[in-house]
Design a binder for this molecule. Sequence first.
Ligand code: 13P
Ligand code: SF4
Length: 377
Amino acid sequence: MGVGVFDLYNMLTMSIKEAEMPDTGEINSAVATPATKARRFEPSEMPDLEYTPGLAKEMAPLYEKVKHVVPSIEWPFFAPKIKAINELKKTRNAVILAHNYQTPEIFHCVGDIVGDSLQLAKEAARVDADVIVQCGVHFMAETSKLLNPDKTILIPDVKAGCSLAESITGADIRLLRQQYPGVPVVTYVNTSAEVKAESDICCTSSNALKVIESFGVDRVMCLPDEFLAQNIAKQTKVKVITWKGHCEVHERFTPEELRAYRRDDPNIVIIAHPECPPDVVAEADFSGSTSGMINWVKTNQPKRVVMVTECSMSDNVAVENPNVEFVRPCNLCPHMKRITLDNILESLLYMKEEVTVDPLIAGRARLAVERMINLGN
Ligand code: 13P
Ligand code: SF4
């Protein structure tokens, strides 16, 4: 099965390369005018964003849900935008995909599909809408585009990047293939489409072990997250070749910090994301993807928990776990935080910023993502 995946890759890559080699004229026109159904939408006018007594009443049930994590002083500014966004979604036939690191007013009040990177990628493939607004970072929007070439994919701020995605290029992978001939390349979904196109298969933090072992070989490259690769290497006999990419949020946690939490409260439960350094993960009681962490809290209902990951996660999980006390180390992802209600609203009003992927790389990149999805969870 494992070796089959790799063989299949070689065969499919060849056929896709052949199938996708249009002449130069076709390439230029394809890049310049990506054909998407939702182009028929004209920009709309900015709606009235006044917080009237009527609107306050209408939005009160939603505020009830998030009142523990959204300060009452902020709600009058959020509520009119939330209403406008939810109405515009209907006229645009749009859905909002929101990652677990989005702030609670986005995650709980306008997100239609929420989850970790794998869940968003899978749901993106099934979405029945003309428009997807990606509330997350750029690589997530590209993944949605790969899986939905005919839909319009919007990202509210095109500068929402990722330190992992920026740590490696397609040229780096080609050089690594020369250095390690025949060794399969697994890339984290936190990479550009160009990097995915050079990979055999993608992975996320929730399926990395399964993906690495799927080849049935004794050496695999797992790129670019060095810490994720090191954490997975501890769970397998496969030798994992790493790259020096780091998540700028998770690399800042230290084992000393976690030990200090335990000194303060010996009964505290600590759960950490596998993008943290291995010595941090070693101090934790559980490690898993963002959804793995959420499910762990839902199932185990610890009295006090520290989620060693991006800030907004605890807020989002707290809404549905009122009996759990969250101790909140606050490491913000500056890229995730570029997405706000204001720019989501503008995104839907003005149909911007549209994310496209060069057709020359999209086919191979899509294959790497689909191969991961087809492996199952
Ligand atoms: P997951 O949601 O897949 O755990 O990824 C975390 C992350 O850092 C996404 O940018
Ligand atoms: Fe990238 Fe880390 Fe931010 Fe996720 S949290 S988008 S991995 S920088």
